[in-house]
Design a protein around this ligand. Structure first.
Ligand code: ZN
Length: 301
């Protein structure tokens, strides 16, 4: 870090394109180790330029930003399906609503030529003739694909003791004191982990009872500061969280491996497998550990 990339120069743009073109050529020749370096360089260049350009916009301003960039994407002639999906998503956002999968279907990009398809890839690429499998799916969140079943189980087993250690030795008063971003106390994080797990538990019950369940989307993060029907102490919240974890682990450990690929229909994300749900949940929990560490540090002062 610390090096500002000159992302608005012609050299930046031509280097980016050269790297991607070179990567394709190297893959054709079977030089995959060189191709991976070129692809990583191109990806890093794009992300780094974006990291430097990112603005701390209020969510209310994002709909306007989407509209602007959609105009540009439309002028560049990228894909009418994509610009239409972006506009539907921006409308939902402007109305403070999460767009559904039917409004914002999954995008797929042909790895060979960049042809973009929205929805599902059913035919060979109309531009270059590549097979449907050549297209890259853009998942709504990389956590969906982050953990295979053994890694997900291992993560589910190892997180609760780490949460317990982060609460260890703190008084109820210290755990309830509002400290962090958005006024969260440690208690709110434990509530949030418990709430998210309740959703997973509920969904696994649905999967156990139905072949292809409908999974309603839940705004779980808004529940963490609501106190209705909660165990009174943080310790009891944690005990409750741990008990449900044991139940979920027992259920998943008994699940035949092929069953992890069974899908339900999620209002926001479309077809979602048990494997993706569990990977998402287990990965999401890990991201709250540094937050807890920081809150613990402040609470101990
Ligand atoms: Zn193509």
């Amino acid at each position: 870090m610390g090096i500002t990339m000159q992302s608005h120069t012609p050299e930046w743009a031509s280097t980016l394109i050269s790297l991607l073109a070179l990567a394709s050529r190297l893959e054709d020749e079977g030089h995959y180790n060189l191709a991976k370096l070129a692809r990583a360089a191109a990806d890093a260049m794009g992300r780094r330029a974006a990291y430097e350009a990112v603005r701390a916009a209020e969510w209310q301003d994002l709909a306007g930003e989407i509209e602007q960039v959609t105009e540009a994407v439309s002028r560049l002639g990228l894909s009418e399906e994509l610009t239409a999906a972006l506009r539907r998503g921006a409308n939902a956002l402007a109305g403070n609503r999460i767009p559904s999968i039917s409004e914002t279907p999954h995008p797929f990009v042909c790895r060979t030529c960049g042809h973009l398809v929205v929805g599902a890839v059913e035919e060979t690429c109309p531009t270059c003739g590549a097979w449907p499998d050549t297209f890259q799916w853009f998942a709504p969140n990389y956590w969906f694909e982050a953990l295979d079943p053994p890694a997900a189980l291992e993560t589910l087993r190892r997180t609760p003791p780490q949460v317990a250690a982060l609460l260890g030795g703190l008084s109820e008063e210290a755990m309830t004191r509002e400290l962090g971003d958005g006024g969260w106390a440690l208690r709110n994080v434990v509530q949030h982990l418990r709430d998210a797990q309740e959703v997973l538990d509920h969904r696994l019950e649905l999967f156990a009872g139905e072949e292809h369940p409908v999974l309603a989307s839940k705004a779980v993060w808004t529940w963490a500061t609501q106190e209705a029907e909660r165990p009174p102490t943080t310790h009891e919240l944690f005990e409750d969280y741990q008990a449900t974890r044991h139940k979920i682990l027992a259920m998943l450990e008994a699940l035949p491996i092929a069953e992890w690929w069974r899908t339900g229909f999620h209002e926001e994300f479309g077809e979602v497998s048990i494997r993706q749900q569990v990977s998402y949940f287990a990965s999401h929990e890990r991201t709250h550990l540094p937050q807890m560490e920081s809150l613990r540090h402040q609470a101990a002062k």
